[in-house]
Design a protein around this ligand. Structure first.
Ligand code: ADP
Ligand code: ZN
Ligand code: ZN
Length: 751
């Protein structure tokens, strides 16, 4: 073909979200195919583009004006036909330009056109070496032959140059004589130190694990070639879900299939990774955000080149460019981390479901606290369910609920109840260790003037600032604004400035107060921002360098330490009080997860939950360990209020620095959407609801004022189609540089 149509990736705008035609130069013709990544000039700028189609036809364009493709970035096709189809689906579903979607499917290193490093491997056989006829004066060549004769391992050109103290020249002579051969091999930047990771031997499955495996295998077999229903593995924490995943992977690999395992970013700890790499070694590529750009790119290359057949990674690993995908496993499928909070605002679980449909692959969802979405699908019989009810350790967890109102009445003003203090003491005396959980970092939650009631707020966000004691400053947890703690109230000049509420930093101090001899270690955003810090903290806790681990949700997931005998939840109310329709679900999930960290070894686990609302059904359900009861109640509530999973939602947000102007734009946006909605509603009996425009709960964030319009309906496909081609583009074009329109399909929260 003479021409190709290229979608530009580096300049994202809906007005150019279409292919542009370029000439294929003769010398590149064998390299360019549909799905190739090329460099082209667009508006005098060299940019990345994806070849969407090939053609011999110019469709009326003037040949002289059609520019040439400048180069092909790598030889392989980077967007396979299947990923292209997936992307086209995402474009419509998430109302997002295709170029933006294809771009996030690719690693940044590729888009930055990183060049792979190569080395030369020396290939030879001993017979050729022995029979070699080398002229007497070619001493170096003889020396090289001698060196090679004693080697059985892989030898590189660099090895020879170093060991025989020579240049490349004598090696090239030997190659010309046909005695040795040089082959180019890519050197990957390797994020995993395979030699350091211990084997993770196969465990023979328990009775429960066996029946889950049989259920899934039967399902795969019976439906082979047809669309397979997703399977939800509902297994309490510590019931051995990971072992099930490992068995499933083993089976898929044996059948020549490839597997993607998604883990929430936060749980992608060395502990988790080592289980997969420890079992499958170099067949595994790992993709997560703590890798360098180069490492990530190389892991992706291994997948593209078929050098691995398992990928374990965070959200974006769902786009791993496999060509024979057999299964996607999503661990902790209820996690919000699977939703991307910037455009394209996709949910990896939904994308995985689509990708499995396209590949006739199996989707396996695992959780101890399934999302209401997945549970709802089970109820509707769109998904299958299989359960693991027993923990491997067979230990019961004993719960103790502490009503903090009663503590206060009893004269205890501390953030630790008497039960918690006693619990810590007992656990330590019994050679156990303690985990203390509070979903809030810093020292206090807000700082207030006791004379006039003034609360110190972020000048950019209108949220209260958090005091950080060690760093000794006030910090905004939304925009990272920092200021020193003032000595006097800025309004009434009183010195009665005091901090209230507790964060993880204060918990640490509180433990020290009661038990000065105990060693504590804290894990939250503040202590883990440095690269490698996360691993160091876990290692040090593993090596028993601390008795008490204190942390935010970072410690709620994935940790498997057998000697944790007490889990203390300092406040169960932090999430419950967030004004959001998912607050109850999040509370149930987080508390169950953190409770599951205890009692994993010989000792039974004890969990102490402190709360001001002990009667709340989310908290009660945690104690009863009855997910289904909780989920049924929560679903009833969602149904009567018309929330997901019964209704789909789209959240439109408009934001910018000028308060009046943004309010006007919010109203304009509402009018546009309302126009389309009322058109659709005329033709349907089921009405789409439109709410707003109203100021967001966080009205001001990072200096921007924010307005929302929210759409609810059972089926929003029509609306999405019309929004796409209709006025939304026009509306967006009118916005200035500092203003933004955000379209969030299936938003996680309405904040
Ligand atoms: P989950 O992911 O369901 O919370 P894990 O997979 O972490 O549970 O398993 C809990 C513990 O039980 C781990 O230490 C794991 O190594 C161990 N385990 C899992 N399956 C078995 C088995 N069949 N036999 C022995 N130990 C097992
Ligand atoms: Zn004051
Ligand atoms: Zn702020």
């Amino acid at each position: 073909m003479k021409y190709c149509n290229v979608l530009i990736l580096d300049i994202i705008h809906s007005s150019i979200d279409r292919p542009f035609t370029y000439k294929i130069p003769e010398e590149l013709s064998h390299k360019i195919d549909i799905g190739s990544l090329v460099n082209v000039y667009f508006k005098n700028q060299k940019v990345n583009g994806i070849v969407i189609s090939l053609t011999n036809n110019l469709n009326g364009l003037d040949d002289a004006k059609v520019k040439k493709v400048s180069s092909v970035v790598i030889d392989e096709t980077v967007i396979t036909a299947e990923l292209f189809e997936l992307g086209s689906w995402m474009k419509e579903y998430y109302i997002c330009p295709l170029s933006k979607i294809l771009k996030i499917m690719l690693p940044r290193g590729l888009l930055l056109n990183y060049v792979s490093k190569y080395e030369y491997i020396v290939n030879f056989n001993y017979e050729d070496l022995r029979n070699a006829k080398i002229p007497g004066n070619a001493k170096k060549q003889k020396e090289i032959i001698e060196y090679l004769e004693g080697r059985s391992e892989e030898i590189t050109l660099e090895d020879i140059k170093y060991n025989c103290n020579c240049t490349k020249e004598p090696v090239t002579r030997l190659q010309e004589r046909g005695i040795i051969d040089l082959n180019k091999k890519v050197i990957y930047r390797n994020p995993i130190n395979y030699n350091e990771l211990p084997d993770y031997p196969v465990k023979s499955p328990t009775q429960e694990q066996k029946s889950v495996l049989e259920f899934i295998f039967r399902d795969i077999k019976e439906t082979s070639g047809k669309n397979i229903k997703p399977v939800l593995i509902y297994g309490v924490t510590g019931s051995g879900k990971t072992e099930i995943y490992l068995h499933l992977i083993e089976r898929m690999i044996r059948e020549g299939k490839e597997v993607i395992v998604l883990i929430p970013e936060i749980s992608l700890t060395p502990q988790t990774v080592s289980r997969f790499v420890g079992r499958f070694g170099r067949s595994v590529a790992v993709i997560h955000s703590r890798l360098s750009v180069g490492e990530r790119y190389d892991e992706w290359l291994k997948v593209l080149r078929g050098e691995v057949n398992i990928v374990i990674g965070a959200r974006s690993a769902v786009f791993a460019p496999f060509s024979n995908l057999g299964m996607i496993i999503i661990d902790e499928e209820h996690e919000n981390a699977y939703k991307q909070e910037e455009s394209p605002r996709y949910h990896a679980r939904e994308v995985a479901k689509k990708r499995c449909e396209l590949n006739k692959a199996s989707l396996i969802l695992g959780s101890a606290t399934p999302s209401l979405e997945s549970y709802y699908h089970v109820k509707k019989e769109d998904y299958e369910i299989t359960k693991l009810k027993k923990r491997i350790s067979d230990n019961k967890v004993n719960f103790k609920l502490v009503d903090m109102r009663k503590e206060l009445e009893g004269g205890n003003k501390s953030i630790f109840s008497r039960h918690l203090v006693k619990g810590i003491k007992e656990a330590i005396d019994d050679n156990g260790r303690v985990l203390l959980f509070l979903n809030r970092r810093g020292y206090s939650t807000f700082v207030l003037c006791r004379s006039c009631g003034y609360v110190i707020r972020c000048p950019e966000c209108e949220v209260s600032l958090t005091y950080h004691k060690k760093a000794d400053y006030l910090r905004c947890h939304y925009c990272d604004y920092v200021e020193p703690l003032m000595a006097k109230c800025p309004t009434c000049k009183s010195k009665m400035i005091k901090s209230f509420g507790a964060g993880t930093e204060r918990i640490e101090g509180e433990v020290k107060k009661y038990f000065p001899w105990l060693k504590t270690i804290r894990m939250d955003v503040d202590t883990t921002s440095r690269k490698g810090a996360h691993e160091e903290i876990l290692d040090s806790f593993k090596n028993k360098e601390a008795d008490v681990l204190i942390g935010t949700q970072m410690i709620a997931k994935g940790l498997d330490f057998p000697d944790i005998s007490l889990v203390g939840v300092v406040s169960a109310d932090t999430i419950l009080n967030i004004p959001d329709f998912r607050a109850g679900e999040k509370t149930y999930q987080l508390l169950s997860q953190v409770a599951g960290r205890g009692g994993r070894g010989e000792k039974p686990g004890k969990v102490i939950i402190q709360t001001y609302t002990p009667e709340h059904y989310s908290i009660r359900a945690v104690l009863e360990g009855d997910y289904e009861k909780f989920a049924d109640k929560e679903l009833d509530g969602r149904k009567s209020l018309g929330y997901p999973p019964y209704k789909s939602m789209i959240k439109f947000e408009i934001k910018g620095p000028s308060e009046n102007w943004i309010m006007k734009q919010g109203k304009l946006m509402f009018d546009i959407i309302e126009g389309i909605v009322s058109e659709i509603n005329k033709t349907k009996s089921e009405q789409i609801e439109i709410l707003g425009p109203y100021p967001c709960p966080f009205y001001r964030l990072r200096g921007d004022f924010r307005w929302h319009v929210i759409i609810k309906g059972s089926n929003l496909d029509d609306l999405k189609k019309r929004l796409f081609i209709n006025n939304l583009d026009e509306f967006e074009n009118k916005l200035s540089e500092s203003e933004r329109l955000i379209v969030d399909v299936d938003p996680i929260s309405l904040l």
